[in-house]
Design a protein around this ligand. Structure first.
Ligand code: GDP
Ligand code: MG
Length: 725
């Protein structure tokens, strides 16, 4: 070779940008052919630069230099046999860990290696910072950042390559992977045996020894060829060393050594990569060891969900009281201003009672959405999907379908729309059909009232149980539909687990608010109108034949107390006054209740009552359920109006207890409300997203039938077991 002639080989993982860099360096002066004997493309080109004739060879892309693939053997043989002056290892800097395996193997070959940290732009974009000086120091080789597709750093790379080729330093002593003591001892022993037999050839002795210990078939054959009749002895010695190591580690030496190389790489990565992303990924991996663990992951998930409802229920109770007293104050204020009559009744009993009974749940809904925002923003939602994957496969769906379902806890409308991300149409329809069983936040007020009134301290747990019932029934439904209606296999996909992030408080609040806005919008729209309609139906007709002369009774009562008061000592008056007030209020409430019962609404309720009677739900409950089709929030306001309660939740609870409702019938009603037809907006979304009125009607019929059957079973079984009182 001419004195100023250097050969430079480009090694690297597939897609690390080798060919791109090769093209930039060689331009049009390329020769494309095949490597001898194999159909692996060989590209080389010769250029003249910096006073040198540079022969550049693009090696096949490989991840390692084991003899397992043709590409790897070709690349290795070229380095071993043709001994290029310099090997440039082109490394995908955005994927350093994976790239370094090949690098450690090149290092062991003791050739002159230089790193091109290519894709430097991508690494920067992903926030990966690589300390090139440190990397260079740790591996004792030059490092150059390059951006192959923009021809950045390539000239620098060539200069460094020439410099390295011309450097007088002894290469064999360069830093390389150090194995644990026993392995190093074995390497040493094999190396000495080897030099006894063949002197310094055919390749670098340490490397050859390592390959022999790794039982590398290509190297073994070549060493056998070179050593002739002394090969058998050498191979027996190697086999003995392998056996010793095997016993020591209880694993093949090649596996132990591979592990140690990865350990070495992990150490380098720790030293030189200092990005937040990297740390986040590592931390995520550790967190995931627990949160997606086969055994503890699921209980933790259930615990989170349970905690979410518990906090929603307990913490929400405080602001709820404040809002309630606010509504009460407003009601009394307007009551004092407005003259007795239909307008006053409309404002107080229709608007304030209707909207007021729903707006008190704003804190609960805010808290619930806050939790959902935490799950989404931290990345836990994706883990929940991952955890649910196995269970979802019971239905024949992916964990991915669980995300719309989980969102259904907030509101079914966006949940149904979220099913769009599923590729298969059948998967999408199936997910849409089972999502409404995820109890939405609008149903929560109903549970809070009913469970609160009848289950006391265990209300949180009962509500949790209701939610779980919804989940279980959606799974059963899914299984049923998958085998009967929407047959087919689920399309395979890779579950992505984004790194955990600590969400900012601001983003949580924004997400919470985005969702809660919808609730407030509903308050002023559907709920207001619905409450007014419900009130109208319960307030008319105005002229009602009462069973009792309430007005006469009230007058008589007033007169009677008037006499008692006149005769009483001044000190005894207060309790008497209180008693009078209570008795008058009782009568007024009874009148209102009878009025509601004889109103249009009452008539509708009485008409429906036979359908709901086997479920333990009275005519008021029936009406509330019917009005709930418009929006589930209206259920509570209807109950409020029908029980003539406008003073708030506590009174409504008390009143419910006096109208013959029992814990069992409350449970039955909660189950019905959990399962029956979703609200108008959701039904519309189902039609839109499935593109068919057929599926919409199917959903309405199926869910309502299921609700009836489930409530029936609960109520009747409960009665048989004696819980009916
Ligand atoms: P090879 O398999 O190693 O030969 O890789 P190629 O040279 O074929 O490059 C793979 C892809 O990476 C091509 O689309 C290149 O345009 C692109 N690429 C190469 N170097 C860079 C780089 O530094 N930054 C970015 N963003 N892309 C690059
Ligand atoms: Mg290529």
């Amino acid at each position: 070779m001419a004195p100023n002639c250097l050969s430079i080989a480009l090694a690297g993982n597939p897609n690390s940008g080798k060919t791109t860099i090769f093209n930039h360096i060689t331009g049009t002066r390329q020769k494309v052919g095949n490597w001898p004997g194999v159909t692996v493309e060989k590209k080389e080109g010769t250029i003249h630069k910096y006073g040198y004739e540079l022969r550049i060879i693009d090696l096949p892309g490989t991840y390692s230099l084991t003899p397992f693939s043709i590409e790897e053997i070709v690349a290795r043989d070229f380095i071993l046999e043709s001994t290029p002056d310099v090997v440039i290892d082109i490394i995908d800097a955005s994927n350093l860990e994976r790239s370094l395996y090949l690098a450690t193997q090149l290092r062991e070959l003791d050739c002159r290696v230089l790193f091109a940290l290519n894709m430097a732009d991508l690494a920067r974009e992903r926030g990966i910072k690589i300390d090139a000086d440190k990397l260079s120091e740790l591996l004792d080789l030059p490092v150059v950042f390059t951006v192959g597709n923009r021809n950045e750093g390539i000239d620098d790379l060539l200069k460094k390559a020439i410099e390295l080729a011309e450097s007088p330093t002894e290469i064999s002593r360069r830093r390389r992977v150090k194995y644990t003591k026993d392995i190093e001892i074995a390497i040493d022993r094999v190396r000495r045996r080897l030099s006894d037999v063949v002197g310094d050839g055919p390749y670098n002795p340490r490397w050859t020894a390592i390959k022999l210990l790794e039982n590398d078939s290509v190297v073994r054959d070549r060493v056998a060829d070179a050593t002739g009749d002394r090969a058998a002895d050498l191979m027996t010695a190697v086999a003995q060393e392998r056996l010793t190591l095997r016993e020591l580690y209880d694993d093949d030496p090649e596996i132990v050594m591979t592990d140690e190389r990865y350990g070495f790489i992990a150490g380098i990565i720790k030293e030189v990569v200092t990005t937040s992303t990297r740390r986040r990924v590592d931390m995520s991996r550790n967190i995931d060891l627990v949160l997606t663990n086969r055994f503890v992951g699921f209980p933790i998930f259930i615990f989170f969900i349970w905690m979410m409802f518990q906090v929603t229920f307990t913490v929400g109770a405080y602001p709820m009281e404040w809002i309630e007293s606010g509504v009460g104050l407003l009601s009394r204020l307007l009551g004092a201003i407005l003259p007795e009559g239909i307008l006053r009744a409309f404002v107080l009993d229709g608007v304030i009672a209707g909207v007021g009974s729903v707006i008190v749940f704003l804190p609960n809904i805010l808290i619930l959405f806050f939790f959902i925002a935490i799950f989404e923003d931290t990345g836990y939602m994706a883990r929940a999907a991952f955890l649910m994957d196995k269970i979802m496969h019971l239905i024949g769906l992916h964990g991915k379908s669980f995300i719309p379902m989980l969102m259904g806890f907030g509101c079914n409308v966006p949940a149904v729309m979220a099913a769009r991300t599923l590729e298969s149409e059948k998967d999408r329809i199936l997910t849409i059909l089972i999502t409404p069983f995820m109890s939405c936040s609008a149903k929560l007020p109903v549970y809070i009232i009913l469970a609160g009134a009848f289950f006391g301290a265990r209300a949180g747990t009962v509500i949790f149980g209701i939610y779980m019932t919804g989940i279980v029934l959606s799974i059963i439904t899914g299984r049923l539909f998958r085998t009967v209606l929407l047959r087919g296999a689920d399309a395979p996909f890779v579950m992505e687990l984004p790194p955990y992030r600590a969400p900012t408080f601001k983003s949580l609040v924004i997400h919470m608010w985005d969702r809660s806005k919808m609730f407030l919008k509903k308050m002023t729209g559907v709920i207001l109108v619905g409450s007014m309609v419900v009130w109208g139906l319960s307030a008319f007709p105005r002229n009602i034949d009462y069973d009792m002369d309430y007005s006469g009774r009230i007058e008589a009562l007033k007169a009677a107390y008037g006499t008692t008061l006149a005769n009483a000592e001044p000190g005894e008056r207060d309790p008497i006054l209180r008693e009078r007030k209570e008795r008058i209020e009782d009568l007024q409430r009874a009148r209102q209740a009878e009025h509601a019962e004889k109103s249009y609404m009452g008539r509708l309720g009485k008409f429906l009552a036979p359908v709901f009677e086997p479920l333990g739900i009275d005519w008021r409950g029936s009406v509330a359920i019917v009005t709930g089709f418009v929006a589930k929030e209206i259920v509570v306001s209807t109950l409020g109006i029908l029980h003539a309660v406008d003073e708030g939740r506590e009174v409504l609870k008390e009143t419910l207890k006096t109208t013959g409702m029992t814990p069992l019938s409350a449970l039955s009603m909660m189950i019905f409300i959990l399962l029956y037809v979703p609200c108008l907006a959701t039904v519309a979304a189902i039609r839109r997203e499935t593109g068919s009125s057929g599926w919409m009607v199917f959903n309405i019929v199926y869910s309502t039938t299921l609700a009836w059957v489930a409530s029936f079973c609960v109520y009747q079984t409960g009665q048989l077991l004696g819980y009916g009182v």
